[in-house]
Ligand binder design. Structure first.
Ligand SMILES: Nc1ncnc2c1ncn2[C@@H]1O[C@H](COP(=O)(O)OP(=O)(O)OP(=O)(O)O)[C@@H](O)[C@H]1O
Length: 336
């Protein structure tokens, strides 16, 4: 595993007047997934490709596990970094197994036997049973299956870091959702540090521990999905993350945001009788439970101890959403 640290990283392409990436500083903690979102041309791909030095920064530092990668040999660096893009680019005349194997072969350091079993293991990991798919050719696979091979190939050298640039962008919505679920499953097993460019805010919220919002080369805000929804730094972020979207707020905000200690809807005699829910449930889950049970309130319990934290009611949920929607703190001079 590895941590990625960007420090004042800047890229100015020759002949352009403004930097594509402008003094960006943030950390991607080890084993976590950071989603890069933002408008078209905001510098996401440029930032991503500086990590494996397909693009050389103009200034600043990228530190991986304490080392400035700009002082490393780029070829060796890329062995430690998997790279998945939308155009999978499989070799058409090679079988699936050969396509996966070739990356590890180029990287070197693997015996033939180890490689063969590694390929099978990787195909299984990405949901392609090796027996069935090993000998097929890329043209005999669907787009989603080809994308799985792309992911297996990126994982072939067991890199600590995965860079993913819109990997599921060309897939239909159902296949995309399935691939996202697969990635979450794989990530639970392999725990890579992932930097992932996406245009799809649902995808960013679903996959990201952190979401980094970029605009015009600058990092505007970075935080967990809930932080971005609840405390967007400006209108641009609020619009981008769908801060106006009540359903999304209900889906992501935790019940802890809507606690009411003594709701009027529950007389004190009945406080012990109301249904319970856990503090890590979302406002949407709580709301559905309230509607289904017709209860005046839910008692919110601490996840580990079952201790009572407070109550939620439809009114307190409504207040929480209203509070979030009114929470616009636009810093002076923020240009978007
Ligand atoms: N090789 C290049 N030479 C000059 N300018 C470039 C080059 N590559 C990218 N740019 C410019 O740098 C800026 C950032 O591009 P980049 O591809 O990183 O943005 P992005 O956020 O990934 O965009 P998109 O979401 O559309 O893929 C854009 O203004 C783009 O035109």
């Amino acid at each position: 595993m590895a941590q990625i640290r960007f420090h004042e990283i800047t890229k100015k392409y020759p002949g352009t007047s403004t930097p594509a990436v402008n003094a960006v500083t943030f950390d991607v903690p080890e084993g976590s997934t950071c989603m890069l979102v933002g408008t078209s041309g905001s510098g996401k791909t440029t930032l991503l490709r500086m990590v494996n030095r397909l693009i050389e920064p103009t200034s600043g530092e990228i530190i991986i596990d304490g080392k400035n990668i700009l002082q490393e040999n780029p070829i060796q660096l890329r062995r430690r970094i998997g790279y998945v893009i939308q155009q999978v680019g499989l070799f058409p005349h090679m079988t699936i197994a050969e396509n996966v194997r070739v990356t590890a072969e180029i990287a070197g350091g693997w015996s033939k036997e180890k490689l063969a079993s590694r390929v099978d293991e990787l195909l299984e990991l990405v949901g392609l049973p090796a027996k069935e798919y090993r000998q097929r050719f890329p043209r005999q696979l669907s787009g989603g299956q080809q994308q799985r091979v792309g992911l297996a190939r990126a994982l072939a050298t067991d890199p600590a870091i995965l860079l993913m640039d819109e990997p599921f962008g060309a897939l239909d919505a159902i296949t995309r959702a399935r691939m996202q679920d697969e990635l979450l499953r794989i990530q639970r097993n392999v725990r890579k540090t992932i930097l992932f460019v996406s245009h799809d805010i649902e995808e960013a919220f679903k996959l990201g521990n952190q979401v980094a919002v970029m605009s015009e080369g600058k990092l505007i805000q970075i935080g967990s999905p809930v932080e971005l929804l609840a405390q967007p730094v400006n209108d641009f972020v609020r619009r981008l993350v769908g801060g106006d979207n009540i359903l999304r707020q209900l889906q992501y905000l935790p019940v802890a945001d809507a606690l009411d200690n003594r709701p009027e809807a529950v007389s004190s005699a009945h406080w012990g009788d109301v249904p319970t829910c856990s503090e890590d449930e979302t406002l949407l889950q709580a709301m559905l439970q309230l509607l289904e049970t017709n209860a005046p309130a839910l008692a919110v319990q601490r996840k580990d101890t079952d201790n009572l934290l407070g109550y939620v009611t439809l009114t307190s949920i409504n207040h929480a959403i209203t509070r979030v929607r009114g929470n616009q703190n636009v810093p002076e001079g923020t240009h978007i």
